[in-house]
Write a protein that binds this ligand. Sequence first.
Ligand code: DON
Length: 307
Amino acid sequence: MPSLRDVLDEIVAEMAGYSDRGAVASYIPQLGKIDPNKFGIAVTLTNGEVLVAGDADEPFSIQSISKVFTLALALGRVGDTLWKRVGREPSGTPFNSIVQLEREEGIPRNPFINAGAIVVSDVLLAGHQPREAIGEIVSFVRSLADDDTIVVDGDVAGSERVTGYRNFALANYLKGFGNLNHAPELTLGVYFHHCAIAMNCQQLANAGRFLANAGRVPSSGHTVISSERAKRINALMLTCGHYDGSGEFAFRVGIPGKSGVGGGILAIVPGVASIAVWSPGLNARGNSMLGSIALEQLTKRMNWSIF
Ligand code: DON
């Protein structure tokens, strides 16, 4: 088995040689300003070791990766009743698609497409002001990463709000079907802010540790969620974490992963490691182009797979 240190250094060097790096998301204007040449990777092993390479200490917008954390929090809040409002099937459609919502009467296919994540935000808003719900999400992420410096990037949240016509359409449509308990602008306030959490690869890999360790943070032994729930979240990441690119990601990488349009991917090797990779340019499905390639190489060279 090659050394993980060497493999990470090789991958960083190889990624620097790519000229086609995909396109940085521009529909959120603030994200369009990010340098596409950035590349970072961090691996937190369940034995507590952390290895980083490239721009692993530079914060980026985690975007849809935050949906993993809001899902864990919402399941803790309402348990399996969540599944009355959100499905668990891959959508086969882009992350911001509306087509299935009418046919399926306002029940989003899964908690990772935008419509599903907006319902999850609505669950977390119950009994709170939006700023309290956002505060709770940020505290949860900070505790998972064991890092109190993690914050929401207000400029990204604001940038998304002023251009978020599709998300407003989805939220209004959900509301029309009775699957939103709050005013769309309040629920979206929570949603836009958790998507705008900024983290670096090292923080993100640490935040994912509990999913690699059957629901427990390895360093403290603290139980975040049950092992059964960790299994289920990993299963959803594998089947739905890359939207209409989920099959391709599973085929090439072979482990659960969740992408964000900021160019990050959180990937989990159960029992072994939590991996965060960041390269801002996206492929045609809105998932990090080099991030996916880097994970494919890493899992191949380390012989990491759930299959
Ligand atoms: O709602 C949006 O469009 C973004 N805040 C999140 C989308 C996203 O990250 C999709 N991931 N690849």
